[in-house]
Design a protein around this ligand. Structure first.
Ligand code: HMG
Ligand code: MG
Length: 295
């Protein structure tokens, strides 16, 4: 069995760092991630730099990254302005994002859910006309920091809308890390009725320590694409209290232990984890990295 890992650390992780990480550190990190065998890396965001100054160097990061055929770089795009920037940077894949809950959507992208649909539709149409692949994210699927429980019908509606825009893959986000395996089985079980399991990805944050248990639950219901971040970096600046994504090292260790192939060399991956931990000057949440460095 093979699982595709989408590495989101350089985007979901670094968007949340208090100190802005130097461009050359971002580039070195992404190069190390690619060298470990990761094939899809979300490198940055083309959002308003006033909202996310941490990723204001998106153009420079992409301009200085060596491009090969073994790795696909992608980035978040919220609107046509973001798409123009992604096109100028030579990206062949982008990711649209919105939330299943109204308040998080409003705080994160300054629009209601209804106002967001036509904006993203326009972006998807234009991106497809450039021959780009378009991924879609649905945030707050498992709970919202402002509204609490989010009805699965909200996520269904957003998923359907993104599918109509022609996205090739939809990542369901546990933005604040509240999900548990029972809920994961239930929600993915409902949403595979809209998009087939092959097109759904799981994006777990590990705020409450249920991240890897949720991965196993998602595997049980046929999910084969997982988002994770090196070292377990991350959060969402518009989701108070959100911790990092599940760590890529921990995810790879778990999957390899289950005889699931990822194409990633764990030793080389840990070089990337050790590098960014050293650069940030604090211990990152990844347990596998910690055990490796202590050994
Ligand atoms: P807005 O302020 O409503 O935008 O922001 P606007 O259209 O009114 O434009 C205002 C100004 O921003 C204009 O400049 C635009 O040109 C500029 P001015 O005329 O005032 O000089 N602008 C831009 N500049 C560069 N690139 C752009 C861009 N767009 C507008 N793309 C907007 C609306 C969506 C842009 C803003 O709210 C935004 O950037 N939000 C991004 C927030 C974000 O990045 N959040 C974190 C990522 S989501 C996440 O982490 C969740 C996820 O991981 C999944 C999960 O865990 O659930 C994906
Ligand atoms: Mg996230």
């Amino acid at each position: 069995m093979h699982v595709k890992i989408v590495e989101v650390g350089p985007r979901d992780g670094l968007q949340n760092e208090k100190e802005i990480v130097p461009t050359e550190v971002k580039i070195a990190l992404i190069e190390k991630l690619a060298a470990s065998g990761l094939t899809t890396i979300e490198a940055t965001s083309f959002v308003n730099p006033r909202w996310i100054p941490q990723l204001a160097d998106a153009e420079e990061v992409l301009a200085r990254l060596p491009r090969g055929k073994d790795v696909t770089y992608t980035a978040l795009v919220p609107n046509l302005r973001g798409l123009e920037r992604a096109v100028s940077s030579g990206l062949q894949e982008i990711a649209l994002f919105m939330s299943a809950s109204q308040t998080h959507n409003q705080k994160n992208i300054n629009k209601t859910i209804e106002e967001t649909f036509p904006v993203l539709r326009e972006v998807a149409q234009a991106a497809h006309s450039y021959g780009m692949r378009v991924r879609g994210y649905v945030s707050t699927v498992f709970g919202c920091p402002y509204e609490g429980d989010v009805p699965v019908d909200n996520s269904r509606r957003v998923t359907q809308a993104l599918l109509e825009m022609g996205v090739h893959e939809i990542s369901l986000g546990d933005t604040i890390g509240v999900a548990t395996p029972k809920q994961v089985r239930h929600i993915f079980g409902e949403l595979v009725k809209e998009a087939s399991a092959e097109r759904l990805a799981a994006h777990f944050h590990d705020t409450r320590g249920t991240g890897l248990a949720n991965v196993v639950a998602a595997l049980d219901v046929g999910i084969r694409i997982f988002d994770s971040s090196i070292g377990g970096l991350g959060g969402c600046p518009y989701a108070p209290g959100a911790a990092g994504n599940i760590s890529t090292e921990d995810l790879v260790y778990l999957l390899h232990g289950m005889d699931i192939d990822t194409g990633v060399d764990l030793e080389r991956l840990m070089e990337a984890g050790a590098y960014i931990q050293q650069q940030l000057g604090r211990e990152l949440p990844s347990k596998v990295l910690k055990a490796h460095l202590a050994a």
